[in-house]
Design a protein around this ligand. Structure first.
Ligand code: ATP
Ligand code: MG
Length: 470
């Protein structure tokens, strides 16, 4: 293993203050867990630091706060015996070393005071149990009772204790194992993977919010298919997103098959991960084909069809977000919209007129670029000629959109004639005709009958009003 001077990690003045507080209170103190792991892996600046001491974490936090130049506020969580303070943009959490014991029906253990070793024993993975001493006599020493360093080197995820018990005690750890595998590109030890499969059903005691937090981290990892494949192999994905796993498999009829839309989806998610960090675009990629399972038909003379799968899929997005207790906000609507529109750009590539382009820009609004990014990620053909042709098609679509947009300004469409103008011109109270005229103007602009400006729209309004007998 690389020869790391752990003391270097502690040069940061934060650790100096913690060490001073530990010395003054005469309490053994260590930095532990994710910070140590990520420091050794050189994963960049830490966002959270966990400090464990053999004594009161709350008292230690208060002492550290009193020593820090900015005297930060200490947030105390009495029920957990933990305390948190902010140093620059880092969250520092303090906890007293503890022993844990679990019951069958909850992932929340009963807790007793313990030693550093007890505390390392309760950690989920060997790579998360590494601790560095902040004590005067052995400052900077690495305490690694489970060979976590070796596992870091060999890129292995392993539990300190019997994995069956570790996962059964707290089934969230199954999600965490897979999340770390995906984030770090590590392999889950065979024994551990089997234990996850065995305990998969216990995921039901985990709240949806925590499951989604881990799922989001998997989606945000460099190659999300690593995590998604593992979730599938261990039967976790079937519980979280059965709509997605329903896409797995190929059916043949009269010698004709269709593509495996589950593995296709994983490829699309990996593609989009190379193009953007936008979590919701990654969710779009994940869910873009879910409407294909319930709409699948075999039609004589045609083959396999998935008519209306985009519409069906966008409806399913809502149900999935709701079931997973994800916020039903504009992000959800964004995913719904992109799933609904996901097949539209390809049609435009071969369409001659501009009206389909204007309609798409109108429907997609500001999300038009994201929609095209998704469409490009959706190209998974292994035929190099087709691959090139499809990408080229989207280049054409982007160009067409640019031209139409420069001319007609459809994105963020604001009707040039408002309801008020119509009411004022014809001295009307709110009535049905106003909506009819407004709608007709919009349609005429999208169809290219008139330009998107006040003069042409006003003239059009006059004709329409006459036809309506106003
Ligand atoms: P990240 O911060 O990147 O999500 P992390 O490993 O730091 O990863 P945290 O949730 O910050 O994860 O937890 C900090 C440490 O607490 C972990 O490194 C691990 O030692 C321990 N830990 C967290 N969750 C669990 C759990 N469910 N079971 C056992 N130990 C855990
Ligand atoms: Mg952390």
């Amino acid at each position: 293993m690389m020869d790391i001077a752990y003391k270097d990690a502690l040069k940061n003045s934060l650790f100096g203050y913690i060490a001073q507080a530990a010395e003054e209170l005469q309490v053994d103190t260590y930095v532990i867990g994710g910070f140590v792991r990520d420091f050794i892996l050189q994963r960049g600046k830490a966002k959270d630091v966990d400090i464990v001491c053999v004594g009161s974490g709350i008292a230690l936090a208060k002492k550290v706060a009193s020593l820090l130049p900015n005297n930060p506020k200490v947030q105390i969580f009495k029920t957990y015996g933990t305390a948190m303070l902010r140093f620059e943009d880092i969250e520092v959490e303090f906890v007293g070393a503890r022993r844990e014991s679990y019951t069958e029906d909850s992932r929340n253990p009963t807790v007793e005071e313990g030693t550093l070793e007890d505390d390392q024993n309760r950690r989920d993975f060997t790579i998360n149990a590494l601790a560095i001493s902040l004590n005067k006599e052995n400052y900077g020493n690495l305490l690694d009772p489970f060979n976590g360093l070796e596992d870091l080197e060999n890129k292995i995820i392993r539990t300190p204790l019997n994995p069956n018990i570790t996962y059964s005690d707290d089934p969230l750890r199954m999600m965490r194992a897979i999340r770390f595998a995906s984030q770090l590109g590590f392999t889950i030890e065979k024994k551990s993977l089997n234990a996850i499969k065995k305990n998969a059903k216990r995921l039901e005691i985990i709240t949806k919010e925590r499951i989604v937090t881990e799922l989001n981290k998997i989606l945000l990892s460099p190659k999300p298919s690593i995590g998604l494949n593992l979730l599938f192999k261990t039967d976790l994905l079937q519980q979280i997103l059965p709509e997605l796993t329903n896409l797995q498999g190929v059916e043949y009829r009269n010698g004709q098959g269709h593509k495996d839309n589950f593995y296709h989806t994983l490829e699309v998610v990996d593609n989009i991960a190379k193009m953007t960090d936008n979590l919701w675009l990654r969710w779009t990629a994940l869910l873009h084909d879910i409407g294909k399972a319930p709409t699948k038909r075999f039609e004589q003379g045609i083959g396999w069809t998935f008519h209306g799968h985009e519409f069906k899929g966008s409806k399913m997005v809502y149900k999935i977000f709701k079931r997973l207790k994800m916020p039903l906000n504009d992000k959800m609507k964004y995913v719904q919209k992109l799933v609904l529109l996901s097949s539209r750009p390809i049609v435009i590539a071969t369409e001659v007129g501009d009206s389909a382009v204007r309609r798409l820009v109108f429907d997609a609004g500001d999300d038009i670029d994201d929609l095209l990014t998704h469409c490009e990620a959706d190209i998974t053909t292994k035929n190099p000629e087709k691959f090139k042709k499809y990408h080229n098609n989207f280049k054409i679509v982007r160009q067409k959109i640019k031209e139409v947009e420069e001319r007609d300004h459809i994105r963020n469409f604001q009707p040039p004639i408002t309801g008020e103008i119509i009411m004022k011109t014809y001295n009307l109270k709110p009535c049905r005709e106003i909506g009819i005229i407004k709608d007709a103007i919009k349609e005429a602009i999208l169809d290219g009958e008139i330009a998107n400006n006040y003069e042409e729209a006003f003239k059009f309004m006059q004709n329409k009003a006459t036809a309506l007998g106003l």
